[in-house]
Design a protein around this ligand. Structure first.
Ligand code: ACO
Length: 463
């Protein structure tokens, strides 16, 4: 149970009311029945406009600026719910009962202990790695820890082992450039279908990933600061535990609530690039860990989840609110895409930014001068971008614009912004993968060949 923070609830309800007022005249949502395949639709490059599947998980109305999870408006979930409830809702379709919630929390807490994964992770130079790369690696180690398929197939049984001694390795040629023994063994044959269903493709794997991506992110945050990971505290909520595992101290009720709202806001968002990447991998009947690893990879790019880190870089580059005009002039001349603005779907103010903006502003006067300066610069940049592009091109702040300032106020460094996004989004990825696998069809769009034909091979010395 999160502590009461009515001021924060008020901020969200005010943002919801503003959204309602401003988009009253935008078209309402269509009530669709089940699709009949094949569907006719107009498709642009990058599959824009393509309908790949049905979903009951989430809905985005770009004209109205609406985000809905399983029928619940995002503002309402932020005002009254918690990340534990919301992630359960995304996975199961309904909010949990008291008993279901207690059991779910118990499992998340249990799965947040990832000793084996963290032991493997810290044996790599995580502090020198890109944080999203390290996070992706960590999810693969989780797979190793969790799945019997990996545990038993990935560890040599005594009589299956060919040997770990260099001289005894059966190889046709001398290993090129390899000075040391290569450990080779025969993986034990087992039914892949059965193993996958038991181990890496079920609801438990989803819980494990939701819990574990948080632990790994927190561990990466600590290792980057030269600190050792710390164990989760079973007394704490998911958000408070995340904060605790990063900082080694418990959050205040406000910090806990604000982090919890960030997690709710980022949990799901339609068929975006990272969700699509996760689904594509899952559709080959790979497993959850590898699918979520692909989601993490796709999220890392600056056009997607990586934009939150870019926003802070931009604000630092601008320097102060007084520098915005000059910087905007340069950006417009160079036709630069401004990080944190624009969206493929939203042609109205992103509802997530409607919440994150006021959360960034809440009590900003108590922040450090650096963060106050970032915030003032962001406010001025928003004003000028809206003035220059807003109504004409319908470019508004997106989820990434204010999230970095909110995270900075929680003491989280920019390199960790996108991993934090992943901590939350893993709920949407797993829910959508589960849903898709019920009616799985391997993804296979086409590319139109516009290259040459009838060329003939010319030996290299004649080219
Ligand atoms: N700054 C300036 N102009 C922009 C921006 C922006 N951020 N975004 C779009 N535009 C302009 C384009 O230049 C283009 O103008 P034109 O018609 O005169 O050529 C027009 O708006 C349409 O832009 P597209 O690139 O076609 O929009 P698209 O839907 O393909 O791109 C995207 C969406 C990738 C998010 C884009 O807005 C962008 O690059 N934004 C900056 C990066 C960012 O913040 N990404 C995070 C998105 S939220 C998320 O993924 C979690």
């Amino acid at each position: 149970m999160l502590a009461q923070t009515p001021e924060i609830t008020e901020i969200i309800l005010a943002a919801a009311e503003k959204a309602r007022q401003e988009t009253r005249d935008a078209p309402d949502h269509p009530r669709l029945s089940r699709l009949r395949w094949p569907q006719e639709c107009t498709i642009g490059p990058g599959l824009e406009g393509a309908i790949a599947c049905e979903t009951k998980i989430g809905y985005v109305n770009g004209a109205k600026g609406w985000l809905v999870y399983r029928g619940y408006d995002i503002f309402e979930l932020c005002a009254y719910s918690t990340f534990e409830e919301v992630s359960y809702l995304l996975l199961h379709g309904d909010l949990p009962s008291v008993d279901e919630l207690a059991e779910y929390k118990r499992k998340l807490t249990r799965y947040q202990h990832l000793n084996q994964t963290l032991r493997l992770l810290v044996s790599f130079p995580v502090e020198e790695m890109n944080a999203m790369g390290a996070l992706r690696m960590g999810t693969i180690f989780m797979r190793q820890e969790f799945t019997t398929m990996d545990r038993e197939g990935g560890r040599p049984a005594v009589d299956d082992a060919i040997g770990a001694d260099e001289d005894s390795i059966a190889m046709e040629t001398k290993p090129f450039g390899e000075e040391h023994a290569i450990y080779e063994f025969k993986a034990r044959r087992r039914s892949r279908r059965k193993s996958a269903a038991m181990d890496a493709s079920g609801m438990e794997a989803c819980y494990h990933l939701i819990a574990g991506v948080a632990t790994i992110t927190a561990a990466i945050a600590r290792v980057r600061r030269g600190l050792l990971p710390i164990e989760p505290d079973p007394e704490l909520s998911f958000a408070a535990n995340l904060y605790y595992m990063i900082h080694g101290r418990r959050p205040t009720p406000f910090q806990e609530r604000i982090l919890d709202i960030c997690l709710i806001l980022h949990a799901d968002h339609g068929m975006n690039a990272s969700t699509f990447a996760a689904l594509v991998v899952a559709s080959t009947l790979s497993d959850f860990y590898l699918s979520i690893g692909s989601g993490i990879a796709a999220l890392s790019g600056p056009l997607h989840g990586g934009a939150n880190e870019q926003v802070i870089n931009t604000l630092r580059e601008i320097g102060s609110s007084a520098g915005v005009s000059n910087w905007m002039h340069m950006a417009m001349v160079k036709k630069k895409k401004i990080s944190g603005f624009g969206h493929r779907v939203y042609k109205a103010y992103d509802p997530r930014a409607r919440v994150l903006g006021p959360l960034a502003a809440y009590g900003i006067e108590r922040s450090t001068p650096e963060i106050i300066n970032l915030f003032d610069t962001a406010r001025e940049l928003e004003k000028q971008v809206l003035r220059s592009f807003g109504t004409e091109k319908k470019i508004f702040p997106n989820v990434d614009f204010y999230s970095g300032i909110v995270y900075s106020r929680l003491g989280i460094s920019p390199a960790l912004f996108t991993p934090l996004f992943a901590v939350s989004r893993v709920a949407g990825w797993t829910a959508r993968v589960l849903e898709y696998l019920h009616h799985n069809r391997i993804f296979r769009p086409r590319a139109m060949y516009v290259g040459e034909f009838d060329r003939h091979y010319v030996p290299v010395d004649q080219r």
